[in-house]
Design a protein around this ligand. Sequence first.
Ligand code: AP5
Ligand code: MG
Length: 190
Amino acid sequence: MLNIALFGAPGAGKGTQSSRLIEKCKLTYISTGEILREEIKKSTELGLEAQKTIEAGKLVSDDIIVKIIEKIVKENLDGKGFLYDGFPRTVAQAEALESILEKHGIKMNAFICLDVPFDVCMERLLNRARTSGRSDDNEETIKKRLVEYENKTAPVADFYRKHGSFISVEGVGTEEEIFERIVSSLKGCV
Ligand code: AP5
Ligand code: MG
């Protein structure tokens, strides 16, 4: 069973490359951002709570996120594996994921960090803002998301460097070029 995480700043291309990778590897896709946006759409209690946090460009609490992940992993252990997009996003989430995987006798095979400068991320997200309808796609909130990434999420890269599954991929270029880099970085895994 394969476990792959796509990691990177807001706008690094996690969602874009995830679609290609799940097509190729047939993994169960877990995007915590997408799950939260679905909850908001359905106006659930969780959605209403998460909405304020997302619109403020902050991270939703680790407890909520870890519960969501634990449930999905447990329900899909008969599949080929998992592709995590936008998770783990704090060191606490990484530690929790490690213990969930360990409990099921599986491990993180590849933690792929898409390396994209913040100015390119900003440009991509401002471009996406014109059509996405995402309430966090505006200049003020994007800036806050990048600060939150720098403070709370970037340290997760060091966690996986020590873990041994860290792979850095140059995330600037065409979508096709980046996908080829990801696939070749996974040689031996997929
Ligand atoms: P989330 O949905 O994960 O958003 P994000 O990390 O801010 O990242 P984005 O989805 O904006 O960017 P992406 O890297 O997926 O890039 P994309 O492929 O879309 O999280 C949203 C919020 O939910 C968080 O702020 C937080 O509040 C909460 N949340 C989610 N997970 C959480 C967690 N684990 N813990 C706590 N809170 C959590 O590409 C961006 C744009 O660029 C697109 O328009 C795309 O078409 C374009 N593009 C992609 N690749 C290229 C390329 N190579 N060249 C040119 N343009 C490109
Ligand atoms: Mg995304």
